[in-house]
Write a protein that binds this ligand. Structure first.
Ligand code: ASP
Length: 704
């Protein structure tokens, strides 16, 4: 029997019962084109599916959906205006903040293009082309390859495809693996590296409710910011953008969330999920929880320190609370127990079918691999956490690795140190100075040392005294660090810099971890596809692949939910709710200008946030939420607490994403900011001809 992954089946074979029942599925552009169009129109889509994406030309609504530093965003004007979340551009706001010009607190509005603020490391990629390269990647693996050789062959093929693809001017390419190698897709995007801040509300609006409300409903957060992309010093003119709808949404309305969901774990076996819980989310909650306390403590009462740690603190807070939500959701939804039962069902099903013998063997081996990783899991987590931890150690390990990798031919280097990456790595190293605050960094490193020692598996027997390290290292000096960026390993060693020496001492362990990860990935590339084919065949319905930071579409409806017995949540909040929460104390302090403007309107008539049952995850932040005509009605920015663990499985009862209502953004720009120029620019943005025309008239009266 020939086994297909469902997304390679001809469109005629595909039915959509699951999709109709709920919003489950982060569909790839290709899947969207293969879904049953009549059903989508019945749900509420009012434009032909072909207008969402033309795979040949790389045009359509999806071309207006861009990636901005791991977040999602949408073009909203023909002059390169981009709308995304406040938390996605927070780093750019922090980059330009100083104690005497605190843009984080006050917000920022460029009244003319000259006032827009450039971002050192902010880049935007616009999707252009998706090509299935599965056959080419599989063919690159020699028949007798062991797992390491398999990984090397796949890696080499991916690099070759990317390098060929990036010969086109401005192209930024990657090969994305779907579900561990069930499919490989070469993705070509167009990169814009001149991105400037246009508007950010005060933090008290962009982050209203702070960590108390984060991942919660009811919500009243103005989580939006605006940037403009430039090309050759002039505003970039995207071919596609989302016109803003002033009509709003109401319960039951059809919406689509378009964006770049980062990572989900639904294709894992129950055992692998258990390890994610025990050695990833539990550790994230614990370690990052401690780091948050350290950063808060170290920067308390210091204005410059507070600004410096703001961005790191914000992301650690977000990640730590997410980890708690994952743990709570796994427990509450009995997700791993349900997955165990599902795995057993597929094993029994596959066990009766000789053509799926490979799936049975693959599942067993996947579980064995997971068990092997457990023995060093805590230590490995700590080694990996260097990339989120003390900047001095992060930079030192990167400099050491860079010096070593640079001695190899470009195509044989670790992907993060290939020539194409070096300018952005250098930019980050320079820009990071804005986030460096020595007392905080020092305290983080002490914590890291203590935790590493406690594992009993530390790669370094005796760590140096932290005070002495910071007193004599030059890695924390931006200019010196950039000099180190071009130095050889010998030159770095000759400096006798204790932070660099520590990085040299840690390097073998970091490399060994990476080699182990690669071998594991080689094994997973061999095993996961076989297992997933059985899972998909047993399901007998379309299954969207796990999120992998590639462009996806989720079809949904505006909807409330029942979080607990006897409690029902409506799907829409308004300015009235924000005023009710206002205490004057952070994070519930509505700025005076907003209070003034609110006094002149009926706050119940200013919609603020709304819920839908879209299938989203981290990375979907800033995703354009559009109506059936492709007009922007909101921006996705979060999920509800009960839905954080949807990364492991979609539950239609609680699967709700949180969107900021675009009508609040418009109200704020008009009544509070008096940003008439920007509003005029947005109002003038008419839909592109290729996406404007509604589909057949009968589709317009969509049934819900
Ligand atoms: N708040 C998330 C993010 O930062 C979105 C989500 O996880 O639902 O990407």
């Amino acid at each position: 029997m020939k086994i297909h992954s469902w997304w390679r089946l001809p469109a005629a074979c595909i039915v959509l019962p699951a999709l109709l029942a709920a919003g489950e599925g982060k569909w790839t552009p290709r899947q969207v084109l293969e879904l049953n169009e009549a059903e989508l129109h019945k749900q509420g889509l009012q434009i032909p599916v072909a207008r969402m994406w033309n795979a040949e030309k790389g045009t359509g609504l999806l071309a207006a959906t861009v990636n901005i530093g791991g977040c999602s965003a949408g073009f909203v004007s023909p002059n390169g205006l981009i709308l995304t979340n406040h938390h996605c551009l927070f780093g750019l706001v922090q980059e330009h903040s100083r104690p005497d010009r605190d843009l984080i607190t006050k917000g920022f509005l460029a009244r003319t293009p000259e006032e827009e603020l450039p971002g050192k490391t902010t880049r935007v990629t616009v999707p252009r082309k998706f090509t299935d390269v599965t056959k080419a990647v599989e063919a690159a693996v020699p028949p007798a390859a062991d797992d390491m050789a398999r990984n090397r062959a796949i890696d080499a093929k991916q690099k070759a495809l990317v390098s060929e693809c990036e010969k086109r001017p401005g192209a930024r390419c990657r090969v994305a693996a779907f579900d561990g190698g069930l499919q490989y897709v070469l993705i070509e995007s167009f990169e814009l590296s001149d991105v400037r801040l246009v508007y950010a509300p005060p933090r008290a609006i962009g982050e209203f409710g702070g960590e108390v409300d984060n991942w919660m409903w009811p919500r009243h957060t103005g989580d939006f910011s605006m940037a403009r992309a430039y090309l050759n010093g002039k505003p970039y003119h995207p071919e596609f953008y989302f016109p803003i709808s002033t009509g709003g949404v109401k319960p039951g309305d059809f919406v689509m969330v378009l964006g770049y969901p980062g990572r989900t774990m639904r294709s894992l076996t129950a055992n692998e999920m258990g390890d994610m819980r025990d050695f990833y989310f539990k550790l994230r909650a614990e370690v990052y929880g401690e780091w948050i306390r350290i950063l808060e403590e170290a920067s308390k009462g210091n204005a410059a320190g507070t600004i410096a740690v703001a961005s790191t603190l914000k992301s650690l807070n977000n990640v730590a609370k997410n980890a708690q939500g994952q743990l709570a959701g796994l427990r509450r939804g009995q997700i791993i127990e349900k997955q165990t039962a599902a795995d057993q069902r597929v094993m029994a099903w596959a066990g009766k079918r000789p053509e799926f013998a490979a799936a049975v063997a693959a599942k067993k081996e996947l579980d064995q691999l997971a068990a092997q990783k457990r023995t060093t899991a805590v230590r490995d987590f700590l080694l990996q956490s260097i990339s989120n931890g003390p900047l001095a150690l992060r930079h030192a390990t990167q400099l050491v690795r860079l010096a070593e990798e640079r001695t190899r031919p470009d195509m044989e280097r670790d992907v993060d140190y290939m020539d194409r990456e070096l300018p952005r790595l250098r930019d980050r190293m320079e820009r990071d100075q804005k986030s460096f605050f020595a007392p905080a960094d020092q305290a983080l490193l002490s914590s890291w040392f203590a935790r590493m020692k406690a594992t009993g598996q530390s790669p370094v027997a005796e760590f140096p005294a932290v005070d002495a390290l910071y007193a004599s290292t030059r890695v924390t000096d931006a200019a010196e660090r950039l000099k180190m960026f071009t130095e050889t390993a010998e030159q770095l060693k000759a400096r006798r810099d204790p932070m660099l020496d520590l990085a040299f001492a840690l390097d073998p362990a970091l490399r060994a971890l990476q080699q182990g990860t690669r071998k594991n990935e080689g094994a997973v590339a061999r095993l996961r596809p076989a297992w997933r084919r059985a899972v998909i065949a047993e399901a007998g319905k379309p299954v969207a692949p796990d999120a992998n930071s590639t462009l996806r579409v989720s079809f949904a409806h505006v909807k409330g939910y029942v979080p607990r017995d006897a409690v029902t949540y409506g799907p829409q909040t308004t300015l009235a709710g924000m005023l009710e929460k206002h205490t004057g104390e952070e994070p519930f302090a509505v700025p005076p200008a907003v209070l003034d403007a609110a006094a002149r309107v009926d706050p119940k008539k200013v919609p603020l946030n709304f819920l839908a049952d879209a299938d989203t995850t981290g990375g979907n932040s800033g995703s354009p939420t559009v109506n059936g005509r492709g007009e922007l009605v909101g921006l996705n920015f979060d999920r509800v607490w009960e839905n954080v663990a949807n990364d492991f499985g979609y539950n239609p009862e609680v699967a709700r994403n949180v969107n900021v209502d675009i009508r609040f953004f418009l109200w704020l720009l008009k009544d509070v900011e008096k940003a008439d120029g920007l509003l005029a620019e947005l109002a003038a943005a008419k839909p592109h001809a290729a996406t404007a025309k509604p589909a057949a008239a009968k589709a317009a009266g969509a049934a819900h």
